[in-house]
Design a protein around this ligand. Structure first.
Ligand SMILES: *Cc1c(COP(=O)(O)O)cnc(C)c1O
Length: 230
């Protein structure tokens, strides 16, 4: 496909998604600003450039190596979000990202904190919560969150900006709402321990409207913007 057609398609998809986010935000009544993160994993650098041309300033990648390759190829000044599971041995790369969404264990938190100290910097992170208890998903359970939140206060080089979750694929709306409301309560637990925790990263192509109704501040959208990942 010619580049200009690709850009036009992405622009159209972004416009439609923004309208649907705005409508969901009104319905939900939480009044929160919502950041659209274009998930460009498996797509080339042209997807990042097309998203930026369409006014999207945040992109998400789930693998460090793929993200670093694209960072080297892209000139658009986007903010890079790391949305997937991060292996501890890749912690060094975390500081290249605007926000690390998937802090799913205390060992990873410790590795990230050590790395941030080593680089004399601070790292903005989200704590991943596994509300539904699915084995296939990483993250903390809701009951353990208050204690985890408390221990994270001893890692001052990590700024805990909120919670992130993934809902079960194709779940009925009632389940989606339970999961997203659970993430909201996780954020509350983080705040109770004194973390800033302004953000709620939740909602993908199949469920972002429900997520926004439930208070999402960051939605992570791939398929609906760029088509299916083959
Ligand atoms: C791939 C991915 C997304 C985007 O999923 P779509 O259904 O394509 O919108 C969002 N979040 C995470 C963590 C992902 O890995």
């Amino acid at each position: 496909m010619p580049i200009s057609d690709h850009v036009a398609e992405v622009r159209e998809a972004v416009a439609e998604v923004r309208e649907r986010i705005a409508a969901a935000r009104t319905r939900g009544g939480h009044g929160q600003p919502v950041t659209l993160i274009a998930v460009t994993k498996t797509h080339g650098p042209e997807a990042v450039e097309a998203a930026f041309a369409a006014g999207v300033e945040d992109v998400g990648e789930n693998r460090v190596q793929e993200a670093e390759q694209k960072m080297a190829q892209v000139s658009a000044p986007v903010r890079w979000h790391l949305i997937g599971h991060l292996q501890r041995n890749k912690a060094r790369a975390a500081t290249r990202f605007h926000l690390v969404h998937g802090v799913d264990s205390e060992r990873l938190a410790t590795a990230l904190h050590d790395e941030a100290l080593r680089q004399s910097t601070t790292l903005d992170v989200l704590v991943q919560v596994n509300v539904s208890g699915e084995d296939s998903k990483g993250g903390f359970s809701l009951p353990e969150l208050p204690a985890v939140a408390e221990r994270l206060t001893r890692m001052p080089a990590l700024r805990v900006r909120g919670a992130m979750t993934m809902a079960p694929f194709d779940a009925p709306e009632t389940v989606l709402r339970q999961v997203f409301a659970g993430a909201r309560s996780a954020r509350e637990a983080l705040r109770q321990s004194g973390h800033p925790a302004e953000f709620l990263s939740m909602g993908m192509s199949g469920d972002f409207e429900v997520a926004v109704e439930e208070g999402a501040t960051h939605v992570r959208l791939g398929t609906i913007l760029f088509g299916s990942r083959t």
